[in-house]
Structure formats: structure tokens, C-alpha cells
Design a protein around this ligand. Sequence first.
Ligand SMILES: *Cc1c(COP(=O)(O)O)cnc(C)c1O
Length: 355
Amino acid sequence: MKKHNFYAGPAILPEEVKKKTSESLIDFAGMGLSVMEISHRSSQWVECMNRAFSLAKELLSIPEGYEILFLTGGASSQFYMSAMNLLDTNEKAGYINTGTWSNKAIPEAALFGSVIEIGSSKDNNYKYVPKNLNKSDVKYVHYTSNNTVFGTQFHDLPDTSAPLVADMSSDIFSKPIDISRHNLIYCGAQKNMGPAGVTLVIVNKEALGKTGRTIPTMLDYRTHIKKDSMFNTPPVLPIYVSMLTMQWVKDNGGVNAMEKRNKAKAELLYNEIDKNELFYGFVAKEDRSLMNACFGLHNESLKDDFLSMADQAGICGIQGHRSVGGFRASMYNAMNIESVEVLVNVMQSFSQKYG
Ligand SMILES: *Cc1c(COP(=O)(O)O)cnc(C)c1O
């Protein structure tokens, strides 16, 4: 049976990308070797790497002065690496606290300078995106553009004149972004860009080298800029699959087309959540994420019945995060609207049976 993959991450990849990857696992670029077996210094690989850089640059319209990096360590390593490279001991950074991931980023940044929480939605269990920010004078403002766990998303950039630093792990390539307002953007690949194991970093070169501290070689963005992300062996396979996924985004109309698709999918599901008397949405309507829809049943005792009906339709990954409960349907770029239609149909049949 066809599966409809609503997992939050690692998450759905385009069929074409999986197919092409499976071929390259046996024979990469006609070399008679697996992509996992070749030297990262080979011309065939360097060409792949360059393709990945140029696709990221083109898809996101990354302006001059910005560098693109493919690093390891996940978005979680960027929680400290960003502050280590951008924030001096006597400086302040402003953080917007929108839940799980911000809460992990904040203490890591505080190891390197002062952190001020300039906005937080903790008072209502992260069900909205704070808009009225404390206007302190800060080196940068950090925000989590899409809150994978709670299902909220920034639909506008934070209201600040400070340069931005963003964790875009779960909505990169889902819509156009104004890169020029940011000094740093980072994202773990495994939500909307590829498999786990590589982290995309986009950094304003001007912002680097301004702290007084000595940074270990591997943790200094400048090391990786100088060596085109190949100072040491890069995670070849995750970069390869991410490159194919970026190519797929381009072939399917780029980030503008992705945004349109993502809006249509989200609208379809949220309309059903609002219309169906058995279900309700968890977060403020204006802050709903186009990527992760979090919702529940008024009558929680029906939860297992709904999950089993969904399972019978081939739907997987809609069990809510353990800290939120209910259901979470993740609808990343690679998901077709047909899969969302299947979920909506199951919700309708469910309400006919139990409503
Ligand atoms: C998944 C996720 C992370 C953690 O990413 P890792 O690559 O596992 O470290 C961080 N931020 C956001 C927004 C995420 O969705």
C-alpha cells in the first residue's frame, strides 16, 4: 500500500531523489563505484559539491558577501557554534523563545555572552509567536523560524533592527527568505532538505572574526569557508541527497512554487481541522505552521481509534510529539497534496463514524 509520510524528521524525501540515490549507491557518475566509496577530492565529487553550493545560492537568492557551508553536528551544534563565532563575552544577544528548540539554543549561547529573552510565548505553552519584542540593544536577534514541535511559524521576520540569526531547520526552501536581514541561518537537513547528517549554514562573512576569542579550528566558520566545506571529510552521502533534493525543488519551480504548494496543503488540512467537530487546532490561527500542523480530538479517548483508521489508509507519523500530545501532521516540500487529501478523508470518515 502507498504510504503517506507525515513524520516530523527525519522526514519525507521526493520519490525521484530516492530513486536516483539508490542508483548512485551502486554506481556514482558512471565511475563504477558507490557514492559512499569515492574520494571526496575526486573531480566527480567536487563537481557535486559545487552543484550543491550553486543550487542553494540560486534557490535562496543568496546575495554577495554570504558564504554557504555544509557542516556536521546537526542544528544542535549550531546552537553553540553561532554564539561562539558571533558573540563576544561582554556582548548581549536577544533570543525569542518559541519552545523546544529555542530553549535548547538559549543556554548554549549563554556560554559565550549574555542572552536576553526579548520575547517568549511560554506563558501560553508556546501556542503563538511573540510579536512585541523588548527593544534592547543587542548584537543580534535569534529566532526559530518554524517551531517543529509546537506547530507555530514566523510568517513575518521578527520586528527588530538588529541583524537576525535563524534556526530554519524545518522550513528552509519552503518559501522565499530575505537573506540580507540575517547574519546567520542554519538548518539540520533532515526536515525539509535531505537526510540527517549534514547542516546547511549561510553566513554573512562580514559578521565573522569580530569576537576576541580563540575558536577551535573545526568550530570556526572561517576554517570551512576557506576550504569550501572540505577542511575535513564532508558527509558525502547526506550532501549528495540534499543536492538532489535542491535540484528537485528547482525542477519543480523553486521556492516560490514550494510556498504555493505548501499553502494549498496547509489550507486543506487546517480547513478540515476547523470544520470537523471532533477536532481542534492547538495554536493561534495567524501563527499556524505551514509545515507542521498540531491538532487534537476534543474527546481524547478516541485517539487510538483515529490512529488506527489513519494507519489503515497508509498514513504514518501523525502521532503528536510527546511534549504536546494529540497529532502532528508534517507536510514538508516533498509531500504531495494527495497525501493531505487522504488524511482529510480519514478525518471525515472518522467524524461520520464517531461524530
Ligand atoms: C530538528 C530540529 C533541530 C535539531 O536538529 P538536529 O539536526 O537534530 O540537531 C533544531 N531546530 C529545529 C527547528 C528542528 O526542527
